[in-house]
Write a protein that binds this ligand. Structure first.
Ligand code: 16G
Length: 245
């Protein structure tokens, strides 16, 4: 019985049923009760087992599909996502993305340094030349597998020192009240250089995705510019689009 694996839907009795089902599934993925590529039962079977409507099951699964936690395969059903599917419309951190998928994030530091903006960064961040910044360069891992190399530049006024960043940059920024609330992202296909390939354990000229994120504070100031080079074989970017009405 599936309910024996993911538990019952009691949880928060005030939450709507679809949310309770989402929570049970999220927790099961988090606790690795459900692993990558595991198939979920058919929607009608889940509805019957949990004594809820099929519409409720569908609504719960739709939400988790758009979060990137589950994936639907035409004619085959719904599965726990194996490649990391990242929702492109949510401003989250690498650490949060991995934890919500039941993966364990880890970073290997390439460098943590103080500096001042380059002419290019001064344009991107709208900071006057010479403004102090901190630079954080890391290899990002999920469950021990390298996923991305990231090069971040943060306006120095946002953090007491580069050492303030431990596992998560956004956690450190949150603590000082400087976590970005809005971001612009640009995505481009790249071929890894020999150096990047070496860091990620792939072959030179393997395909990758470069995502450049510019992060802004509530007051509109840009404080982050990060270039993330993701392994092309590990990541899917998912975006939900709505027609203009
Ligand atoms: C993500 C962001 C990156 C941000 C980092 C913070 C993308 C494409 N990039 O990797 O801009 O700096 O998360 O992660 O999503 P952290 O808080 O785990 O250090």
């Amino acid at each position: 019985m599936f309910s024996e694996r993911i538990g019952r839907l009691d949880g928060d009795a005030h939450a709507p049923l679809y949310r309770r089902l989402q929570r049970a599934l999220r927790e099961a993925i988090h606790a690795k009760v459900l692993g990558p590529d595991d198939a979920l039962p058919a929607e009608r079977d889940m509805a019957e087992e949990f004594k809820i409507s099929r519409i409720t099951v569908r609504k719960a699964l739709d939400g988790l599909v758009s979060e990137g936690l589950l994936t639907r395969r035409q004619g085959a059903g719904t599965f726990v996502a194996a490649r990391v599917e990242k929702n492109f419309s949510k401003l989250s951190s690498f650490t949060e993305d991995m934890i919500s998928r039941g993966r364990t994030p880890r970073s290997e530091w390439l460098s943590k340094a103080e500096g001042s903006v380059t002419p290019e960064e001064s344009m991107t961040l709208g900071l006057s030349p010479g403004t102090p910044v901190y630079r954080f360069n890391r290899i990002r891992y999920a469950d021990g597998a390298p996923m991305a190399v990231e090069y971040s530049t943060i306006a120095a006024f946002c953090l007491p020192s580069p050492e303030a960043v431990g596992v998560s940059l956004y956690e450190a920024l949150e603590k000082t009240g400087h976590r970005p609330v809005r971001a612009l992202q640009r995505l481009r296909a790249v071929l890894f250089t020999a150096e990047q390939a070496g860091l990620l354990g792939v072959a030179p000229k393997d395909a990758g995705l470069l995502i450049e994120r510019r992060g802004f504070l509530k007051d509109g100031r840009a404080i982050e510019v990060t270039q993330s080079y993701y392994r092309g074989d590990a990541y899917d970017f998912v975006a939900e689009l709505n027609a203009q009405t």
